[in-house]
Design a protein around this ligand. Structure first.
Ligand SMILES: [Zn+2]
Ligand SMILES: [Zn+2]
Length: 202
């Protein structure tokens, strides 16, 4: 048995990254020097060490552990304690807002900015333009003998024709109101524009 001469390592450390060499275990991206990171102690078969996460990434995926680290004031464990750490409430708000946004994005129909320019319109097969607004509609698909509704992306100009197809799961009635309600993260004038491009649905 080893002699207990070493002081045990703290379970958590919150600090500004001392170099740009660590990688976030949540998002897999590099942690830039100086950005806030949280180290979580792990004891594995090859020894003891810290796994690092961006503080916000950790809050997103393992809020309870971040809370614990805050209770332990884990920034005091840093070699060079950070000058400013966001309040726990601020992190909680960030996590809740993300969850809300994700929730909204699941609601169909909604308008969103095409992030990549690599997707094609499921109605006409032409590419969707990067940065332009696309519309998310529901389409019924048969899967393993069950019919379920999946999201599809279409051009605003293709909405009217898609809504008339048999496999479309998004109702025409109240379409514009539903689109506005589910796309409230977009500016109103953008929504007006996109509804004009969609045109009359009757
Ligand atoms: Zn991250
Ligand atoms: Zn199209």
């Amino acid at each position: 048995m080893g002699e207990a001469t070493e002081t045990p390592l703290p379970t958590y450390v919150i600090e500004g990254a001392r170099s740009s060499r660590s990688r976030c275990k949540t998002c897999r991206r590099k942690i830039d020097k100086g950005s806030l990171r949280i180290g979580m102690l792990i004891e594995g078969p090859y020894g003891t060490g810290y796994l690092w996460h961006h503080l916000r990434c950790a809050a997103r995926r393992r809020f309870e552990q971040v809370q614990e680290a805050y209770e332990l004031e884990a920034w005091n464990e840093a070699k060079d304690p950070p000058q400013k750490v966001p309040a726990l409430d601020e992190l909680r708000k960030y996590v809740e807002e993300l969850a809300e946004r994700r929730e909204r994005q699941r609601e169909i129909p909604h308008a969103e900015v095409d992030p990549s320019g690599r997707a094609k319109c499921k109605h006409c097969g032409e590419p969707l333009e990067k940065g332009a607004l696309r519309i998310v509609l529901g389409r019924e698909v048969e899967f393993g003998g069950q019919v379920r509704t999946g999201p599809i992306h279409v051009h605003p100009r293709c909405v009217a024709a898609e809504l008339r197809t048999d496999h479309c799961a998004t109702p025409v009635d109240g379409f514009a109101d539903a689109l506005r309600a589910n796309s409230s993260d977009l500016p109103a004038d953008k929504l007006d524009e996109v509804l004009a491009a969609i045109g009359d649905l009757r």
